[in-house]
Design a protein around this ligand. Structure first.
Ligand code: NDP
Length: 330
């Protein structure tokens, strides 16, 4: 038996509890992982609170990512004692996830943990940090170079945003951190932001085209914020969009695309093919300033995860939230 968070549904009501699960009840998979660290992501908070239909199969162990040690494997790429990290693939949504002491998953979903990253730091990075790297790589792929001019990062004080600010600044970009929390200005500057932009400046009714302000952007907000960002993107620029913190809609016009050649690059971390996710993790190991990473991470005890989820959705949590499950594993 081991500790897990379990979400269940009866009729229309969702319940969530910390409980004990028998290893025999774990879902099918060719690798059994003992989890050292997991995290609380925006999606996990949606799943735990039931605020959005993230969970598509009940009962469900939430947790879209984890880092841990392989205990049993019949997959050719993994053997006992290998350190691994997992992000996405529907784990914590349709397959039992990382907010538990053990997970049984498909070996094809795992990434070998790069040596330069500890299991704790892997979860300080987590799905948010790995997604931030996918966004940065999308900007690079579309030719937004560090000398192109300011690059906006929305939701800058959140999980994806704070890592994106750090990564872009360390690559030499001029980062305009867009935040709704003025009080986080010093924190964002310490991560490398060159300027702080009030979220209100991107929250008004979007115009088809606005003054050209940013060479590109990383957007976690969607909706009006993304529409405004697109209208402010310079000729030939690119915005990497990965989130919906402000909403799922996009009240934009085609003007930025057809008159300024702007590119809207969609970023998905969940089903991202294995070679691209390995490349993102390798780049994180090579580039991410681990001291800055430590400064933007907080630990949340396993026993407090359920209570913390509603606060997370209110945007009251800064940076990345690590959940130690078995920190003694290293
Ligand atoms: P966090 O809650 O840590 O950060 C979200 C940030 O967005 C907040 O901290 C806040 O930043 C900002 N924000 C909150 N509400 C609004 C609003 N109404 N308008 C504009 N900005 C707002 O979440 P994550 O960083 O973990 O995730 C961010 C988004 O990215 C989520 O929508 C998540 O689902 C998505 N995501 C997508 C992935 C993918 O694969 N595509 C993977 C990971 C995350 P501030 O206070 O600085 O303004």
């Amino acid at each position: 038996m081991f500790d897990a968070i379990l979400i269940d549904k009866t009729d229309d009501a969702q319940s969530v509890s910390q409980t004990q699960i028998d290893t025999d009840h774990l879902p099918e998979g060719d690798v059994l992982v003992e989890i050292a660290y997991s995290t609380l992501n925006y999606k996990d908070a949606l799943a735990i609170t039931g605020a959005s239909p993230v969970v598509r199969k009940f009962p469900m162990v939430p947790g879209i990512d984890f880092a841990g040690i392989v205990r049993e494997s019949s997959h050719p790429d993994y053997k006992a004692d290998d350190k691994v990290v997992l992000n996405g693939w529907g784990v914590g949504e349709v397959h039992w996830g990382g907010l538990a002491k053990f997970a049984r998953v498909k070996g094809d979903w795992l990434v070998p943990l790069p040596e330069a990253i500890s299991m704790k730091r892997a979860m300080a990075i987590g799905t948010a940090g790995y997604t931030a790297m996918l966004c940065v790589q999308a900007l690079e792929k579309h030719g937004v170079a560090p000398d192109a001019g300011p690059v906006a990062v929305t939701g800058a004080a959140g999980g994806v945003g704070s890592v994106a600010v750090t990564l872009l600044a360390s690559r030499g970009y001029e980062v305009a951190a867009v935040t709704g929390r003025e009080e986080e200005a010093d924190f964002l500057t310490s991560l490398g932001a060159s300027s702080i932009v009030a979220r209100d400046e991107l929250s008004g009714k979007p115009r088809a085209l606005n003054k050209e302000r940013f060479a590109g952007g990383v957007d976690v907000a969607g909706s009006t914020v993304l529409a405004n960002l697109l209208s402010m993107t310079r000729y030939g620029g690119t915005v990497a969009a990965c989130g919906l913190a402000a909403g799922m809609d996009l009240p934009a016009s085609v003007a930025p695309f057809i008159l300024r050649g702007v590119t809207l690059a969609g970023v998905d971390s969940v089903m991202c093919p294995a070679p691209r996710r390995r490349a993102a993790w390798d780049a994180l190991a090579a580039e991410l300033d681990m001291e800055k990473l430590d400064a933007l991470s907080v630990e949340l005890p396993f026993s407090e995860v359920i209570d913390a989820a509603p606060k997370f959705l209110k945007g009251q949590i800064r940076g990345r939230v690590i959940v130690p499950v078995a920190p003694e594993l290293g």
